[in-house]
Design a protein around this ligand. Sequence first.
Ligand code: GLN
Length: 317
Amino acid sequence: LSFTGALPQDARIDQLVAEAHARYAGHDDGVVADYIPILAEADPAWFGLSVVDVDGGAHAVGDVGVAFSIQSISKAFVFALAADEIGHDTIRETVGVNNTGLAFNSVVAVELNDGSPMNPMVNAGAIATTALVPGAHADERWQRIRDGLSRFAGRPLALDGEVYRSESFTNHRNHALARLLQSYDRLAIAPDEAVDIYTRQCSLAVTAQDLATMGATLADGGVNPLTGERVVSAQTARDTLALLASCGMYERSGEWLFEIGLPAKSGVSGGIVAIAPGKGAIGAFSPRLDEAGNSVRGQRACAFLSRTLGLNLFASA
Ligand code: GLN
């Protein structure tokens, strides 16, 4: 049963979120990421689900209080902060808005496209986007990012120092991507600085509850439904959702849109945020991933909730 109107009553949302959790908690397909050593320590059983609506109502079940590093999901919100400052056209021209069809950390994608970072949702494009965040020096840029993501979450977010150190010792490929962009004159600041800030943004600790609130802020045209604060403009929220639809789930974005019909972003620690414009957002967390790096339980739960809550953007009945 699906419908395209408003969200169902609160009690019904609670029930469906609980049902989604119960259905998929026992599924154990997929593997926990280990290319960032500390991520391998995650408990594969963790599973949290939260829906936050644009009126600020929250519906949560499972491990919604467990903190994990935001990883690639930061790309969506750093993009929004950068685009809000430098504008739609500049982002389109300097970073790009097309899917690579390749893995999130692909070097080949850049090489095949004359040095273009391609889009802000893969590592090359995210590093280029982070470099566009205004600031007189690295600390100022980082503070702007941390404060901006905190405004999306409606609470102060903190860096997970262990994740930051673990990734900083092993992120050779991201350094290579940044150097490659520099060689094409496509990076606005020094490569080591851009990668360091990018690594920090990926190491911010969040919960599934935070992801749902951050997504609901985009669903609400840039206004955080819990704090009432405008974080980005309505135009920026719209631009961000368009990019998440085409590029948010990496090379699986087409399949995701075909099955689930929502803009979304995933990260290798197991988070997914899926946004229903004008309605709200789903925050999911479960560390077992498929080969593209997307949470398996998170995808299944989002598919179930998109269907039963009537969220699919392309459904007319
Ligand atoms: N920090 C991770 C990286 O750069 C983020 C990747 C992801 O979540 N897909 O490799």
